[in-house]
Ligand binder design. Structure first.
Ligand SMILES: [Zn+2]
Length: 382
């Protein structure tokens, strides 16, 4: 059972402790022990969102993000617990999992809907919310190096935030994700993920949702597109990586990246908040095993983007939507990364130099690495 303790940072941002252990939760409930003494100045206004009439897509203009922290040394890490020498973003001497509003936010802090019929030259407040999820108080690692217990608490935090953010005014999509590796733009080494709550449905989510809705409607509301894909993958087995009781992981038929895996629940659920306790338990072990397999073939950690595709906050699209994780890596070899070149970056047309079947075969054969980040694996709360 995860205890949830909300508080505020000195500039008014919300911070929430998620604890599996009652002694830890009790410390966080004590206002004196977790007070932010930094006296931060008030937050600036939200940035703007511009409508690109040529593509129909919104673009957030967040020039203030240029000043954000970039790969700070461990003794100045903003995600480590606070010490007298490092008054970090987390005003506690220790923690399990913490979520807080990003100080360098692309969306928010204002909330509200974007104009319904944007056109040429439409500019609006970039409303919404961006949150940071600190996975563990230890400075090094990533999701894959968490103990199962800690990973399970992160899943509860994602589920809680998905439900809470989905209920906020103007939010259309909640996106939980983790970027791993400086090669793909990570600016903090401390194990963490992010949650974006957008005031619009982002382009790729919109494409997936529209395809899912068309399939669902054509089947008279009896079949989901992802359910159909999952059944086909489980029956053929050619691209399967892990098959559990409640979750399966497979390389998609038309994978775009050198490494791409979809982790899919066997039951249709709209988002992480819809998963049962039993499903969350299995997700913990299956996801940790999958990340271990991803690292196994190489001497260094594989950079990746782990992206949760959840149902948009939209009554028409939601019934057809199906929660799943899209795990992608640009790694082509131990020391080679795929860069998005002309065809991919300019046209959105991917060319994959590997076959999905050979990637699935390699991931199936791999012996999962417990942890390659140099910190003790499977670290549990003392
Ligand atoms: Zn740190």
């Amino acid at each position: 059972m995860t205890s949830i303790t909300p508080t505020r940072l000195s500039d008014g941002r919300e911070l929430i402790y998620f604890d599996a252990h009652e002694d830890s939760a009790a410390r966080h409930r004590d206002p004196a022990a977790s007070r932010d003494t930094r006296g931060l100045p008030p937050r600036g206004p939200a940035g703007t969102a511009r409508f690109d009439a040529l593509s129909g897509e919104w673009v957030a203009v967040a020039a203030h993000r240029q000043s954000r922290t970039h790969l700070p040394p461990a003794d100045q890490c903003p995600l480590c617990p606070t010490t007298p020498a490092n008054l970090s973003e987390i005003p506690a001497t220790d923690y399990e999992v913490v979520v807080f509003e990003n100080r360098f936010s692309s969306f928010g802090p204002d909330l509200g809907a974007l104009p319904e019929t944007p056109g040429w030259g439409t500019t609006a407040t970039a409303s919404g919310r961006c949150e940071v999820v600190a996975f563990d108080s230890a400075h090094e690692g990533s999701f894959g190096s968490l103990s199962p217990e800690r990973a399970r608490t992160v899943i509860d935090a994602w589920a809680h935030r998905t439900e809470a953010l989905s209920a906020m005014p103007g939010i259309k999509q909640v996106f939980c994700f983790e970027n791993r590796g400086a090669d793909i733009g990570v600016t903090l080494l401390h194990p963490h993920g992010q949650i974006y709550a957008y005031p619009f449905i982002p382009p790729r989510a919109a494409t997936l949702a529209a395809r899912a809705a068309a399939f669902f409607d054509a089947s008279g509301g009896r079949q989901t597109l992802m359910g159909h894909a999952l059944a086909a993958e489980r029956s053929s087995g050619d691209r399967m990586v892990i098959e559990g009781k409640h979750f399966s992981a497979f390389v998609p038929f038309a994978a775009r990246w050198p490494v791409e895996v979809h982790l899919v629940p066997h039951r249709q659920v709209a988002d992480l908040a819809g998963l049962s306790d039993e499903e969350r338990n299995e997700l913990t072990t299956v996801y940790l095993e999958l990340l271990g397999r991803l690292d196994a073939p190489y001497p260094t950690p594989t950079p990746y983007i782990a992206a949760w595709q959840q149902a948009p906050i939209d009554d028409e699209l939601r019934p057809a939507s199906y929660l799943h994780l899209q795990l992608t890596s640009p790694r082509r070899a131990a020391d080679k990364l795929k860069f998005l070149a002309g065809s991919e970056a300019a046209m959105g047309a991917f060319i994959n130099d590997t076959t999905p079947e050979s990637v699935a075969d390699a991931l199936r054969r791999a012996t999962p690495t417990e942890n390659v980040s140099g910190v003790p694996a499977r670290k549990d709360h003392p």
